[in-house]
Design a protein. Structure first.
Length: 74
């Protein structure tokens, strides 16, 4: 079985449901995946402009508005 190297653009397409997301998901399924160590920074550079352009609906509650007990990410 071959190992797939995943780049940020592929993950961004999956996260944001872009047109090629289904094709990317099929390509990556059933294969072990690895990513560059900087993948989180690369993903952040994709996400930030998209979030600024299309903010989530609601009251805009962000991390600075969460209570102390609500800060756990995982």
């Amino acid at each position: 079985m071959s190992v797939r190297v995943v780049d940020a653009s592929a993950l961004g397409a999956l996260v944001f449901g872009e047109p090629k997301a289904e094709e990317i998901a099929r390509t990556l399924e059933d294969s072990p995946m690895v990513a560059p160590a900087l993948i989180w920074f690369e993903l952040a550079s994709i996400c930030l402009p998209k979030i600024k352009t299309h903010p989530p609906p609601g009251n805009g509650a962000g991390p600075t508005q969460l209570g102390e007990g609500d800060r756990e990410l995982f």
